[in-house]
Each structure stands twice: as C-alpha cells, then as structure tokens.
Design a protein around this ligand. Structure first.
Ligand code: 26V
Length: 811
C-alpha cells in the first residue's frame, strides 16, 4: 500500500468522527487514550482494507511463503512504526498541531508489545519488518500472552517485578478470529488401530484446548505487501459447567476454564536459563500445533498436493522453543493425511529450518521423557521413532561407536534434547554470526556437522534500520537523506555514500548537534525518572541489554569504581566527564544478576553524591528497559559497551543499533562485533581483551588463577576490597561478598583477566573524545558502514540460502 493518500484535513476529521462514534466525545473533552484510539483506529482501518488485497495477491501468484515460528516477538509500539511505513507521520503531526495537541503525548499512551525477553524476540520483530518491506510473503506465528515481559521497578536499588497487562485497554492492531479456532490436544491415552492397510491412532480422555488466532497486520516501508503476525490465544473448549454453577459452586465451575486459558497468560521471563516447566512445554506445543494445523489447512485450500508442501511452504523455528513443530507436522501428515513415515520425514526435512541463538549450556532445552510422554503421548512416540531410526543410521556409519551414538541421541538419560531434534528435522541449521556459526560446527554440534556438513551455516543477524534510525532518530535521518538521497531507507548499503562526508566539518557539526539534542531529551527523562542531573556535555557511555553474567555488566561497574578511586586520588586527572548509563532486566529468579543491579545502584549512590569529584562521573540506571526506551537511549549515546566474554554472545544486535546511530563501540572480539570491526575498520572501533581461542585454551588447561591477578594489580585489588569493606553499603557490608569470592576463586567470565585491557580501552575512548574532529569522523564512518547490519540483508540471505523465497509482484 505504499503511501496513503490522506490529507491533514481528513486525518483531523476522521479522529473527530471516531471520537464521537466510539466514545461520544469531542476532541476537546476526550482523554489522551481516547484520542490515541481514534487515531490508531483510523490508521488500522486503512491497513485492514489493503490487507485483504495483499493476501489475495499472494494467493493468486502462488507464491511460496515462510512462517517464522517464535515464542517471542518483541514488537514495541505499533502506531509510530505504521505511520512511518505509510509515510504519513508528518501529516499526522501537522494535524495535531492544528488541533493544538501534543502528538508525543498521544503516542506515549500506547504500551509496548513486550512479548519477548531480549535479542531473540527483537530479532523476530525486525525480520517481520524486513520481509514486509522487501515484498516477501513471510508471517510470524507466536503466542498472544496476556502479560508481556514483567515491568521492572527499582526499589532501594533492587529490581522489583510488576505485571505487564499490556492488553488491559484493548489492542487496536489485532483482529481476533474466534470463528477460526484450532483444537490442541494434551494428555490422555493412545489407541492404535488399523483402518485397512493404514495404522491409525485415537486419543482417549485427552484435554482439548481451543486456540484462537489474533492477527496483526505487518506493514513494510512503501510496500504493497501486508503480512500477518498470528498470535494464538488459549480458550477453554467447554462452556462453564452449569451443573456446578447451579449448585452454587461458581469457583469450581470456572476452574476448568482457567486451566485451559492459563496457557497464553504470560511470557516466561527466564531467558537463557532453562527450567523445564510443565506450563512452558504446554505453551510450546499449544502454539506450534495450532500454527502447523492452520498452515496445512491453508495449504490444502490451494489445491496443491501434500507431497509438494515444502515447495510452497518454509517453516522457520526460532531457537528450539518451537521444535515440536517437527513431530507435529509428522503427526498430521501421517495420522490425518495418510502419508507414510518416509514421505512425511522427507517433507519435514525440506520444510523446516532452525536457528540457534546461544551456546550457553544452561540454555540448551531438554525435557524429561516422563513429561513429554504424559503431556503429548503421540508426539513422544514420533520423537522416539525419529531417535530409533537415526540411531540405526548412526550404527551403519559408526559401527560400534556407542559413545558417539549416545552423544548424538535425541533421547538420552531419560531426556529429550530439543536441539538435536531440531537439527535432525531441518534442512538448514544456522548460527547468528560468523564466529557463532563456527563454534556450532567445531564444538556445540560437532558430531552432527560431521554427518551433515551441508546443512550448517552462519547468517549474521541484522536490525531494522528503519525503526532504529528513520524512526528513532528522525533528525539524523533527515540530514542523511539531504546528503545522500533517500535510497538508504530501502537499500541500507547506500549509507556508505556518507563516507564522503566523514571529514566534512559541517556534517560533523550536524551529527554533534543532533546527538546533543538527543542527550538533552534523555537527560530530561533521567531527571524526571531518576532525579539525577546529568551533564549533557559528558560522554554518554551506555550498556543496555538483559542482565547476565556473561555480558559482564559487573566489569563495567568495577571499572567505574576504579575510575572513581582515581579521581579521588588525583582530582585534576584531566578525564572528560562521563555519564555511565545502564538499563536492562534480570530474570526474576537470577539472584546474581539482580545483585549486580543492586551493586550498580550502590556505586551510583556513592559516586553521584560525592561533591568532591565535581560531577566528573555519574552513574544512572534507567528502569524498565524496553523497545521504546531503546529508541530513546541509543541515539543519545556516545559510547556503546559490548563487552561480553569472547565466545559467549552469539551475535548481539544492540551493538548494531548503536553503530547505526554513530556511537563508538568499545567491545570484545565476540559475536557480530568482529564483523562490525571488519566493516568499519580497526581505527573506528575499540576492541580489547582475550579472544575466544585464548579463553578456550585457558579453560582447557584449567590454568586460570584470578587470585593471582588480584595480587598483582593494586588498583583492581582496591576495587575488589571495596566490595566487602563497607564502602558501598555500610549497613549491610556483606551484601556483595559472594561476588568478591566468586571473582577471586572462579571468575568464570574472565573479568579480572580482561580488567586491565578494559581500563586501557576506556582511557583510549577518553583521549579520542577529546579530539572532536577525529571523534565525529569516526561517528560518521560508523553510520556509513552500518548498512550491512540491516535485517534486510539478513532476510535476503535467509530467503536465498534457506527458504528459497521470492518477492511477490506488487501489481
Ligand atoms: C531461552 C529460554 C530458556 C527457557 C526459558 C525461556 C527462554 C527464553 C529465551 C531463551 C533463549 C534466549 C536466547 C537469546 O535471546 N539469544 C540471543 O539471540 C540474539 C539474536 O540472535 C543474539 O543477538 C544474542 O547474542 C543472543 O544472546
């Protein structure tokens, strides 16, 4: 639907009409939330009309389609993004000016759709944006969680979790299709029987849950194609038990209903740590089963033969969470469509592709045989058969090598290993950056790589450069367009043309002024929310992401303590003032990550209130990090901290968002940082610390002695001692003792080992920042080379190399 033909007058008229018809209000006496709804409904009606044509076009062209199955879609706000894609933001702003209302105020009524934890969920959202923009028929399938990722509040320096009832006031962007439900079965017993030649299966005494699709239109920039994000909500199949109801047992009457509906109640907030919860497994099968059933149903409507399924449909599984889609497709093809095992398996392997997003062993999903067997008996039987057949193949390949067969088995030690299931059932397995893909081949999935080398790939992640530059940093986007034209919005590599302006004083000044403006806005936000005054001429040095030990927020804060000590010792040490910004959530059950948040607050308390350092450094923790906050913080940052232990961060995508906005990266040789440095050049990015090979060698040798580093480095020793000597929390001097001991005795993430190099890298930043011509030139170079990290490029690689997907003809 490219650009919408609507005038400022029409926008105003529509808002006023909607206010009347929906709420019986005039603009003057409507609430902000009513005005938001009136505007959003106006926009969504425009979209919905074209949505139907778009589906029709895809159908007529017989285009192959991809379904991106993901437990998480971290969408953020819809209104602003849709206005951007329809290119009517300016007009809407104008309309609000004429109505004498503050448009930002209205936009901020919309809650973030926070249906994800972090990188994996935001990646899914960026992919949807790119597919729609590039005219590729690709749809998301996930869960309509009633509660998104918890909201984070900070009380006494500690994280407190609050619910995120994002649907409380309705959701203008979804269309519920309660008349197109799918039924999902849990539990019960199986009864196998013969119908002629065919072995059939019946389910007895199972629990059946209704899956209702809620469809959200996904627009692309200037694109004719509107894709669909289909989120499934769980409903009880049974109406209220009126027998109980009449007897006055209202609560019991409701119980069964609630048992079903709890499935789509909330998003699990534990990224990385696998917990093996019953309800989580139910969530996985619930959305996967509903998705596969509806995909097949739609496919059968086209009249194509099932044996051609993979030619028309690709299904992507975002990490192992949707891996049950593989046995579910097998089940439907065999039990309901009458194909034999060989046929069904062939189709499955040609249909599915799997992306791995982390190699941390604690994130590798396994489920107990007992749980799967009782909850999903038929699915278990199919997994068991997959395992049997695979083991026999292995026996042929490696006769007598029991060790290997055991290592590779999908079911071993009474557990089902989801990554192994995902690899076996897929025609493509990929890592999310070069290094990550290599680690998968050489270590994590080495055995499988030896058997199926051709299916392993690396596809480096990307981000929606539209959301994170065109939308989040409108002024900068405008200045870029003035210089190099508008093509970069759909052809991100064209940002490279900016290189010609790297030394241009005028453009350097523009970048600097826009950054300053963004810093001013963020400073206002910080003053309002944290009651901390920050100096907008200080370096804004930012680390925003989920809290996890491998991401090493702890190293960041130890360095701040060190810097503070240095300033106290030598108040005239000449460093440029710096504001250290943190934001991010910790999993509610992740004690250590929460303690690190507390430590940051303790250090902030101390540093921010010490008048003797004259505000040279400030530490700020911005609560409740989400997509909307990212859009505020990233364009206001001078320095981007990407300091994970080498080999641990599969890719990182925040790193790319900062680069795109011209921040300078201080990072380790990890994930996509490596490729960012290749793109922008060594001089434009500061890399420090141990390499992955070095770390893996030290680990193997078992030779690491953090206590020695402590002994040898007096400045570090001082900082460490301050963790336990009451400097920080005189009332509770032992609170950080466990951190101290862990660093000294184990330091599993090599913080002490990298500390010295990290300090030096920070000094280098300080020096560079004090040479403005050089600093801003580097900023421009970063923007110019960020094009490669657009998710448009990533999606192109998936389309060509994995899905075999082509853009639909827009006419
Ligand atoms: C794992 C689990 C385990 C069970 C409980 C819920 C849950 C939720 C999420 C996860 C996996 C998280 C993996 C993840 O987010 N990985 C990140 O993926 C990004 C996109 O590829 C990548 O840039 C980051 O480096 C990687 O950490």
């Amino acid at each position: 639907m490219a650009m919408v033909e609507i005038s400022v007058e029409e926008i105003k008229a529509s808002i006023e009409l909607k206010l009347q018809t929906l709420f019986g209000r005039t603009f003057q006496n409507a609430s902000k939330s009513q005005i938001y709804k009136a505007l959003a409904t106006t926009v969504s009606e425009y979209i919905t009309k074209d949505w139907a044509y778009s589906k029709e076009r895809v159908r007529k062209q017989n285009a192959k389609q991809v379904y991106y199955l993901s437990m998480e879609f971290l969408m953020g706000r819809f209104l602003e993004n849709n206005l951007m894609n329809l290119e009517i933001r300016e007009k809407v702003k104008k309309a609000f000016e004429e109505l004498d209302a503050d448009f930002d105020d209205i936009q901020s009524v919309e809650p973030d759709a926070g249906l994800g934890n972090g990188g994996l969920g935001r990646l899914a959202a960026c992919f949807l944006d790119s597919m729609a923009t590039m005219g590729l028929p690709g749809h998301g399938n996930g869960i309509r969680y009633e509660y998104g990722l918890f909201q984070q509040k900070i009380k006494d320096g500690q994280q407190v979790e609050m619910a995120d009832p994002w649907l409380e006031y309705g959701n203008v962007w979804e269309v519920s299709k309660s008349d197109e439900p799918q039924l999902v079965h849990f539990g019960g017993e199986l009864e196998y029987y013969h119908e002629g030649e065919q072995l059939k299966v019946r389910y007895l005494n199972c629990q059946c849950v209704k899956a209702i699709p809620y469809d959200v239109p996904i627009l692309g920039y200037q694109s004719n194609l509107i894709n669909t994000l289909r989120l499934w909500g769980a409903r009880s199949l049974k109406p209220l038990d009126m027998g109980l109801f009449r007897k006055g047992q209202y609560v019991d009457a409701l119980a069964e209903k609630e048992l079903a509906e709890v499935i789509s109640k909330m998003l699990y907030p534990e990224d990385i740590h696998e917990e093996g919860k019953h309800l989580r497994l139910k969530q996985q099968y619930f959305f996967v089963s509903a998705s596969i059933q509806s995909i097949i149903k739609k496919y059968k409507n086209t009249g194509h033969h099932l044996m051609d399924f993979h030619k028309n449909v690709a299904i992507h599984i975002n990490d192992t969470h949707p891996a049950l889609a593989i046995p579910e497709l097998m089940r439907i093809l065999m039990d309901e469509e009458g194909l034999n095992w060989k046929q069904a398996w062939l189709i499955s392997r040609k249909t599915f592709a799997y992306t791995n997003h982390t190699i941390l062993p604690e994130a590798m999903e396994t489920w107990s045989v007992e749980l799967i067997q009782s909850l999903l008996p038929r699915i278990y039987d199919i997994i068991h058969e997959i395992n049997e057949r695979f083991s026999r193949e292995l026996w042929e390949l490696y006769p007598g090598d029991w060790d290997r067969i055991e290592r590779m088995a999908v079911i071993s030690h009474q557990r089902v290993h989801m990554a192994k299931l995902a690899i076996l059932g897929s025609g493509s397995v990929n890592g999310v950056a070069e290094l990550h893909g290599e680690i998968l081949k050489k270590e994590t999935f080495k055995d499988f790589y030896e058997v199926y080398p051709e299916i392993f790939k690396s596809i480096t992640n990307g981000i929606s450069h539209r959301r994170f530059l065109l939308l989040a940093n409108e002024d900068l986007a405008r200045e870029i367009t003035e210089r190099i034209g508008k093509s970069w919005v759909t052809q991100a590599e064209d940002l490279e043309k900016l290189e010609a302006y790297a030394k241009d004083e005028k453009f350097q000044k523009v970048l600097k002024e826009i950054r300053r403006e963004k810093k001013k806005e963020l400073a206002d936000y910080i003053l309002l929310h944290n009651e901390i005054e920050v100096d907008i001429d200080s370096i804004f040095d930012t680390q925003v992401k989920r809290f996890h030990e491998y991401k090493r927020q702890l190293m960041n804060v130890l360095h701040i303590m060190h810097l503070y000590n240095q300033i106290l010792e030598n108040p005239e040490n000449g460093i440029h003032p710096r504001t250290f910004i943190f934001s991010g959530k910790a999993a509610p059950g992740y004690h250590r990550a929460k303690l690190i948040i507390k430590l940051i607050h303790s250090v902030a308390e101390r540093v921010n209130n010490d008048k003797t350092i004259k505000g040279k450094i400030k530490v700020v923790f911005i609560e409740n990090y989400n997509v909307t906050l990212a859009q505020k913080i990233i364009p206001a940052s001078d320095v981007s901290k990407q300091i994970s232990t080498a080999g641990k961060e599969a890719s990182g995508t925040g790193n790319m968002k900062f680069m795109l906005n011209g921040a300078f990266t201080l990072g380790t040789f990890d994930g996509a940082n490596i490729e960012m440095q290749q793109a922008v050049g060594k001089e434009n990015m500061e890399i420090f610390g141990l390499r992955e090979e070095e770390i893996s060698k030290i680990r193997q040798e078992g030779s690491y002695r953090p206590d020695q580093i402590y002994e040898e480095n007096p400045a570090l020793r001082k900082v460490m001692d301050q963790l336990i000597d009451g400097t920080l929390e005189p009332e509770d001097p032992d609170i950080f003792r466990e951190i101290y001991h862990d660093l000294l005795e184990r330091d599993p993430y090599f913080i002490l080992k990298d500390f010295e190099a990290y300090c030096r890298a920070n000094e280098k930043i300080d020096e560079l920042y004090q040479k403005p011509e050089i600093w801003w030139e580097k900023g421009i170079q970063n923007i110019a080379k960020a094009g490669y990290f657009s998710s448009d490029r990533t999606i192109k690689e998936y389309s060509e190399g994995v899905w075999d997907l082509k853009p639909v003809d827009p006419t």
